[in-house]
Design a protein around this ligand. Structure first.
Ligand code: NDP
Length: 397
């Protein structure tokens, strides 16, 4: 059905490659490209399909990307490198007539700040070129937006309150490790919290608001209010929302390590001089922390991510909770990666599948909740991320 180029050979890229290879009826030609070609070759070896091609590319450089795209001529690029590369890859897509999908919104390297405006600014150019760009198609952002669209389509006349709840109840048996790229992860959770209420954004201190929430098959876990990028697009696309928040669980041990890392200056993104060279403390820290890709083997437990929604149906108040639980061990057995990479990589593959099947094909730049959620929800059940629903239960929020 179509040719796919995967950029990035980290934890998420590995899962995307496995899932794309499993769906050979849709993805007929596959190329994995990243900064380090050996990592792409290792993925191909693990999958055991020598037909998958690999290449080296520096995705910060538009001209290198353009050369690669012109040589392979993909129908769609799945960008699972880092958020820093979003704009260069979108630029190369426009120059070569290639469609685009990613899992995280653009973030400049030198400012810990993310928002959609940089990528939404490409809307007209993608429209005029007849190309589709699908933004934020991992789990959260990604499935969280599809769940919300599905709730709006099937279960509510008016969405009013949305809480996205993200629990990782896994144990990787390391004193401290992040589940995806440590630099991006630590930048995200050390920022101020932010949520939307009555048409305004409310800012909190980092991790200031927290409460215990009960997760299915897991039990109560302390959950912290964070700002998360999908809130920005969801309140725009579902304007009846009166409040939208995002919660994530952290263990005490994790938070203690994080506090020390910040207190001693290791979370800083300001370059410093060290032995005559310039280094960024957070990037140095990434180099000494466990690689998220190596956590899978001893990872036990599961993740549970979902949307808790309150609103109106037929004039009456209703609550709705839709979620997925994903076992780290099952993810590892299938792809060699832990559950956080798995829950991100599977939806990225499904988004590209939606595009190639013509179901999510619309010139412009879109967030996932702007497409029909039904075929995507169907694939979640088939591709390893089954979902469950609770109607009119206690949302705790
Ligand atoms: P990793 O750090 O494991 O992998 C990133 C990959 O991108 C590496 O292979 C890296 O190369 C490559 N890369 C980095 N810079 C460049 C460059 N300039 N040119 C080419 N390749 C480059 O990250 P993850 O796999 O954990 O995460 C991937 C993406 O997924 C991130 O954007 C992250 O924010 C997003 N994500 C989204 C989630 C969601 O639910 N929506 C959840 C989790 C992650 P090298 O190996 O040489 O360093």
């Amino acid at each position: 059905m179509g040719k796919v180029l995967i950029i990035g050979a980290g934890g998420v890229g590995t899962v995307v490659a496995h899932k794309v290879a499993q769906n050979a009826d849709v993805f007929t030609d596959i190329l994995i490209a990243s900064r380090t070609k050996e990592k792409c070759d290792a993925i191909v070896k693990a999958i055991g399909n020598p037909g998958i091609q690999t290449a080296q590319v520096d995705a910060d450089k538009v001209d290198e990307l353009v050369r690669l795209f012109n040589a392979f001529r993909p129908d769609i690029v799945i960008n699972v490198a880092l958020p820093y590369q979003d704009l260069t890859i979108m630029e190369a897509c426009l120059q070569t007539g290639t469609n685009y999908l990613d899992t995280a919104n653009y973030e400049p390297k030198d400012v810990a700040h993310f928002e959609y405006s940089w990528q939404w600014a490409y809307k007209q150019r993608f429209e005029e070129a007849g190309l589709t760009a699908i933004l934020g198609c991992g789990f959260d952002p990604g499935v969280s937006g599809v769940y919300t669209a599905y709730a709006a389509k099937h279960h509510f006349d008016e969405l009013q309150y949305l809480d996205i709840v993200d629990c990782n109840a896994g144990n990787h048996h390391k004193a401290f490790a992040t589940n995806f790229n440590p630099e991006i992860n630590i930048r995200e959770i050390t920022q101020n919290g932010r949520y939307y209420e009555n048409g305004q954004w409310v800012t909190t201190r980092p991790l200031e608001l927290h409460k215990a929430l009960t997760y299915p098959n897991i039990g109560p876990r302390e959950s912290y209010l964070l700002y998360h990028e999908e809130l920005e697009s969801l309140v725009k696309n579902f304007p009846t929302l009166r409040r939208a928040r995002f919660w994530m669980t952290f263990g005490q041990e994790y938070l203690t390590h994080l506090r020390v890392i910040q207190d001693i200056g290791m979370a800083s993104i300001q370059p410093i001089q060290y032995n005559g060279m310039e280094i960024v403390p957070l990037q140095f820290l990434k180099a000494v922390l466990p690689n998220p890709q190596d956590l899978g083997e001893n990872y036990e437990g599961e993740t549970s991510i979902g949307c808790r929604i309150r609103g109106l149906k037929d004039g009456k108040e209703r609550t709705y909770y839709v979620y997925n639980n994903c076992s780290h061990q099952a993810a590892y057995k299938e792809t060699g990666m832990q559950g956080v990479s798995y829950t991100t990589g599977v939806p990225a593959m499904i988004g590209a599948m939606m595009f190639l099947k013509g179901l999510w094909k619309r010139p412009g730049v879109w967030n996932v909740e702007e497409f029909d959620p039904d075929p995507f929800m169907e694939q979640l059940n088939k591709q390893g991320l089954p979902w469950h629903e609770v109607f009119d239960g206690d949302l705790e929020l």
